[in-house]
Design a protein around this ligand. Structure first.
Ligand code: NAD
Ligand code: IPM
Ligand code: MN
Length: 375
């Protein structure tokens, strides 16, 4: 029997709550379809950081590397300055393992209330977010005494960037700066991924989300490279471009208007939350950080400290992220059974048995139990 070794970083806030339910459903899928899991739990997150001062130590990375895939809940806690854990754990994992795709499907479900009426339509779109570059290069600083010196030492998958950027300014005008970079190989590979996905979904178009009218070098380049790859390698697909501001407008008026949205990193982050909100809540939105090495599956949402410990966390996004993990492992039958179990639950549950986020009264554990039973 196939046994998968899965690394688990449940993390902070509602992370452990929703990941427990994802594991419950995955175990049930394994029982049903003839495979099993060996879970390797890692303690990284706010508590561990506050107790030890470490985010992920080298031996942690070494142990993670031995796993077939990874499940992550959420990282971030009000007791720790924003950025420390997010950079030290979440982004560190994405960059270290060159998880260049952030795959974020947006799905609406029957009976899940949406803020914009969908009529007969259904949201079934997917953000393909470039996951290693853009404004996420980690190159930035704040001017001290009229000087902003940014020592650059960035490693990403196949390349590193080194150097120094020095800006002088009037000390009376303190400033902060952050550098965004998109490289050709990274835009090429994420474009290829988006095109293969569009083909798999039976769609004819890939829409690049841009802002080249204002941020011309960075996003004009992204557009040009994506367009070139599509023309050369995917001539049957139509290239489309929408500026991110207009996209927000269009999405709010017609949330089901798009299929594959190919996004630079920052726009992908923002648009995936917008899509999730339009589909009925962050608790609907699954995600996968996919690369050629260790891949990591996590809901789009964060640690939601405002509801942690109340039982109100919606575990559906984490469960559906488990479905993406099953697809990644090649367990396609189990993956579609999991998706079906979620839909059946959302169709058949009594109003009170829905998660709080969808207007019900069910705790995360009750939702997880009900979905697991459907497999
Ligand atoms: P958030 O996604 O945690 O929460 C936004 C809102 O959505 C909150 O009102 C929350 O209660 C609600 N929400 C989120 N997930 C939900 C769920 N499963 N069920 C019901 N309601 C849900 O975003 P935030 O408030 O900006 O961030 C909180 C912390 O999480 C911060 O530290 C942030 O950096 C971190 N964060 C981590 C990740 C990650 O680990 N992948 C992602 C986003 C934010
Ligand atoms: C996400 C989160 C992260 C991001 C943060 C926590 C660094 O918002 O996974 O969407 O910006 O990618
Ligand atoms: Mn986000």
């Amino acid at each position: 029997m196939q046994n998968y070794k899965i690394a688990v970083v449940a993390g902070d806030g509602i992370g452990p709550e929703v990941i427990g339910e994802a594991r419950k459903v995955l175990c049930r899928a394994g029982e049903k379809f003839g495979f099993s899991f060996e879970w390797q739990e890692f303690p990284y997150g706010a508590k561990h950081y506050l107790a030890t001062g470490e985010t992920i130590p080298e031996e942690g990375f070494a142990a993670l590397e031995k796993c077939d895939a990874m499940l992550l809940g959420a990282i971030g806690d009000p007791a720790v300055k924003p950025g420390i854990l997010e950079h030290g754990i979440l982004l560190a994992l994405r960059f270290r393992y060159d998880q260049y795709v952030n795959l974020r499907p947006a799905l609406s479900f029957p009976r899940v209330p949406t803020p914009v009426p969908l009529g007969e339509k259904r949201i079934d779109s997917v953000v393909v977010r470039e996951n290693t570059e853009d404004l996420y290069m980690g190159i930035g600083g704040i001017a001290q005494n009229g000087n902003l010196g940014m020592a650059i030492d960035v490693k990403r998958g196949a390349y590193s960037l080194t150097g120094e950027l020095n800006l002088s300014t009037d000390p009376a005008y303190p400033l902060a700066g952050q550098v965004a970079i998109n490289t050709r190989p990274s835009v090429e590979r994420i474009t290829r991924y988006a095109c293969r996905l569009a083909e798999k979904r039976g769609e004819k178009k890939v829409t690049v989300v841009s802002k080249s009218n204002a941020v011309s070098a960075l996003y004009g380049f992204f557009e040009d490279v994506a367009k070139e790859v599509m023309a050369k390698e995917y001539p049957d697909l139509t290239y489309a471009m929408v500026n991110v501001d207009a996209l927000c407008y269009h999405l709010v008026r017609d949330p089901a208007a798009y299929g594959v949205l190919l996004c630079p990193n920052l726009f992908g982050d923002i648009i995936s939350d917008l899509q999730a909100g339009l589909a009925g809540g962050l608790g609907t939105a699954a995600g996968g950080n996919i690369g050629d090495g260790l891949s990591m599956f996590e809901p789009v949402h964060g640690s939601a400290p405002d509801i942690a410990g109340t039982g109100k966390a919606n575990p559906v996004a984490a469960i559906l992220s488990g479905g993406l993990l099953l697809q990644h492992l090649g367990e396609f039958e189990a993956a579609s059974a999991l998706d079906k179990a979620v839909t059946e639950f959302l169709v058949n549950a009594s109003a009170d048995a829905l998660p709080f986020e969808f207007g019900g009264k069910a705790t995360f554990a009750q939702v997880g139990d009900a979905v697991a039973k459907n497999i």
